[in-house]
Write a protein of this length. Sequence first.
Length: 586
Amino acid sequence: MTEGKIIKISGPLVIAEGMREANMFDVVRVGEKKLIGEIIEMHSDRASIQVYEETAGLGRGDAVVSAMEPLSVELGPGLIGNIYDGIQRPLEQMRKIAGPNILKGVDIPAISREEKWEFVATAKIGDEVTGGDVVGYVDETEVIRHKIMVPPGVSGKIEYLLSGKYTVEDKIGEVVSKGGVKTPLTLMQKWPVRRARPYVEKIPPNTPMITGQRIIDTLFPIAMGGTACIPGPFGSGKTVVQHQLAKWSNVDLVVYIGCGERGNEMTDVLREFPEITDPRTGRSLMERTVLIANTSDMPVAAREASIYTGITIAEYFRDMGLSVAVIADSTSRWAEALREMSGRLEEMPGDEGYPAYLTSRLAGFYERAGEVTCIGSDGRTGSVTAIGAVSPPGGDISEPVSQATLRIVKVFWGLDSALAYARHFPAINWLNSYSLYKDRLSGWFKENVSGKWNDLSRELMRILQKESELDEIVKLVGVDALSKDDRLTLEIARSVREDYLQQNAFDIEDSFTAQKKQLALIELIMFFRDKAKEAIDNGADIDKIASLPVRERIGRAKITADHEVKEVFADIKADIETSLKALYVK
């Protein structure tokens, strides 16, 4: 333990001397109230410390004590369903102790030390184990079976292992190495947040993360273990898109990081998630969710740590063989925290004042995503999918955070303020968004959804691109100058936009659309197109086709309950055929 003295305070930055024995990224306790901080720079015996709490009241000469260990998170039963701040302090327990306002210096363990968990041992005495091997489990929720693993770097023979009810600190067993070193086993591990947890190898992703959002699943899919960003201006629906992904994605666990965004958005999550029934399990969504809240009114320095706290928790559950989604809202606010600390450290600024290491820090976060073969002898696989919102000032994605993110991620869901103002949600612009996973995932869609899926997806994109070209002509010479076929293309494109891509997050049937229903909707629109083309070839008037009452039925088809799709869609197709044949010129 090293003790120094404060010589300078600049907002969340504290500089202390007498810290020669301390190391970079050591956790320190600052001042009389023992505020938690982290060493981010060392010069001789002077340490620059970012303090994760309000520094008002500190003064020159106050003590700074290093714990001589890096900032770490506690990993074990009790994580799921909890809400933490950026440095993994449980906010609900803090509220019980200190009320609605967080007191400085409050030190509460991240995982309850009193609660007892029913541990069931699966390994046997005398078994040879290595880091990552599963020795037993705890049924943490009805949804998640929490596997208790040998910590990374530990190997040897199990000396003893006990089933029963234990707290996370109780000794449940012991591993003895070949050299005779004894390592106790508990239900809890600790891991430094800035160090990625080990794995055997990364696997090329080939399974999509099904989101139930039609524009994403059909046109711009993301793979399990993939990376994506959602940039967009204020009011374009970034947070709602992320909420939808957290609610409906087919992952085993969601780690939602509210990093620097408004507190009322985090409040919405806290109110909605416990009331939502997970479509996969029929249980509360909170039974597979970990929330990390570091809102805009909380200490700015803790935003920087919150991203790493979230991804470390995700890696821990990945090591159990689970698929985990990390949703960060937003990395722009995280980058602003980096910029503020960099400025206080008097570092040379890069573009728009951001530090020169912005890109490498972003890459360090997104590179921890991926589908991997986990450590351990059973060869299980797990994945972490990283999705970050970006909030560029004025919606200008040429700014540094957006550009640095785009160089790293493989899926770009670009939100458009014009679509948002037109009340088209999700406001993802189909003309500038992309997914580099689409070709890799085409085989999965062909095998598990339909052999026609990839062709239909390409056809939708072709129609939307053709509409963009025709819109330029319409602006110059008017719609009457177009041929009947081109006018039909505009009508079909409108149907694709309004009847398929547009989705209501607050409608129980429209909020999530399963793959089979998505396929049925696309086929319905294509059926109308093909029959309308036949009608035009038989002399039908395009204006009468556009105003047919059956168009309204096509628009309402997306809110059909899943169990009624086959019957209702067959009836709509019969209505389409009858209505269009009535327009034939005899």
